[in-house]
Design a protein around this ligand. Structure first.
Ligand SMILES: [Zn+2]
Length: 177
């Protein structure tokens, strides 16, 4: 069987540096892009992945991509040496400043590392028509990646409420595994 990884080109291997020098590349247009363009990329990608691999595998692939993003972002843009309270404050500010969403911690058990958190105005799903589904698999992986990069422990994160499920915020339950 052919080794599918042998043919990979450099641009298909994710790295933080691989995101490029955006200030240099977009001197006139700047670093921002409308949310619907972000969603256009995300939802077309999800559609082709689902068509090719089925719903569950496509959702899993999205979760894996979100995990890579959360881990890389934490390692490159946040300070993992801060206390948990300071780290969460920094994360809240980062997510707000970069217009990803409004993070609120509902409960956090430091001993067991169990938590409930909400993301308001979520980049991926806020404003979607209700379809009785939770859809933020990318976010599940994203939060998992952040928590694992900060703690060095393994986590499981599940979305329990979602804009697409009729709620006005996305709510995630997480625990150490
Ligand atoms: Zn959601």
């Amino acid at each position: 069987m052919a080794n599918v990884f042998r043919k990979r080109t450099k641009h298909s291997i994710f790295s933080w540096d691989g995101l490029g020098d955006i200030a240099e590349g977009r001197k006139n247009l700047g670093p921002e892009v409308p949310v619907f363009i972000y969603r256009l990329l995300q939802y077309t990608l999800l559609d082709v992945l689902t068509t090719k691999y089925g719903q569950q595998d496509a959702d899993d692939l999205f979760r894996k991509a979100g995990y890579m993003a959360g881990k890389a972002l934490t390692e490159n843009a946040l300070d993992i040496h801060k206390s948990i309270d300071e780290f969460i404050s920094e994360l809240q500010k980062y997510l707000k400043d970069n217009k990803i969403g409004v993070l609120k911690i509902e409960s956090f058990d430091e001993k067991g590392l169990n938590f409930f958190l909400t993301i308001g105005e979520d980049l991926d799903c806020s404003g979607l028509k209700p379809t009785n589904e939770v859809v933020c698999f990318y976010d599940e992986g994203f939060i998992q990646g952040i928590m694992e990069a900060y703690t060095g422990k393994k986590f499981m994160v599940k979305e329990v409420d979602c804009w697409a499920n009729g709620d006005r915020v996305c709510r995630f339950k997480g625990c150490q595994v």
